[in-house]
Design a protein around this ligand. Structure first.
Ligand SMILES: [Zn+2]
Length: 239
């Protein structure tokens, strides 16, 4: 009887562990693959998506250098391969370079695991080829992440980050001050702000690349509110 009870208890315990294992191993689990959208404290991370783009990103780097603000660049692999000198400059300036996929697709529409892996690793390879460093963060284009995307990021040792403040696809005709105001309404403590310094990795600026020109105003406005600028890794990566 006692042995039976012991066995029953053991079975329950095993079932419990299995349930916990399933929960923790699930790509949706916050234990292994948290999707980061903000940090905390009187700091902000300025992040730039979709570049690098010649004529846009270099001017942006001038601004960041002059203002002594570190940037975090989510580069598209194909663009990074086209402009390795811009990546080298980012690295030399102390900016972070992270993964925004190789070709800027909707990653959650990719069914093949190999194709999904290739989107992530090809961009990281381009970053490593230019700078000798690997990406630690993946920002899926369009914020599209399903369980397969989260699992793929985890396979490649990357954390997934989205954002807390971003402009929608506003027309460039909107006055810059109004755009900055729109952006800042979303930016509180620990905000992860997105501006675009490219158009889905294309060689031609366009799309939302005009957002990069807002950087000086965004920096000034956030400084006036007492914010200090950090990289994403400093904001959310524990150092
Ligand atoms: Zn993008």
């Amino acid at each position: 009887m006692t042995a039976l009870r012991f066995l029953a208890a053991l079975a329950l315990l095993a079932a419990g562990f299995f349930g916990l294992y399933e929960l923790v191993e699930s790509p949706r689990s916050a234990a292994f693959a948290p999707v980061v959208t903000h940090g905390s404290g009187r700091v902000v991370a300025l992040t730039f998506d979709d570049g690098p783009t010649r004529g846009i990103t270099d001017r942006l780097l001038d601004v960041l250098e002059r203002e002594r603000v570190p940037g975090t660049f989510f580069v598209v692999g194909s663009a990074a391969r086209r402009e390795p000198a811009l990546l080298r400059r980012m690295a030399a300036d102390g900016d972070e370079i992270e993964d925004h996929s190789e070709t800027h697709p909707h990653l959650n529409a990719i069914v093949s695991r190999a194709a999904l892996d290739a989107e992530i690793t090809a961009a990281d390879d381009a970053i490593a080829a230019a700078t000798g460093r690997h990406a630690r963060w993946l920002r899926p284009p369009y914020g599209a992440r399903n369980a397969a995307v989260l699992a793929a990021a985890q396979r490649h040792g990357m954390r997934v980050v989205l954002w807390s403040a971003m402009l929608d696809e506003t027309s460039p005709q909107v006055a810059p001050d109004a755009l900055v105001e729109r952006l800042l309404r979303q930016a509180g403590d620990g905000a992860i702000v997105v501006l675009h310094d490219g158009d889905r990795g294309r060689a031609e600026p366009g799309g939302r690349a005009y957002e990069a020109a807002l950087a000086p105003r965004v920096i000034a406005a956030l400084r006036a509110r007492g914010y200090r600028f950090v990289t994403l890794q400093q904001l959310a990566g524990g150092g």
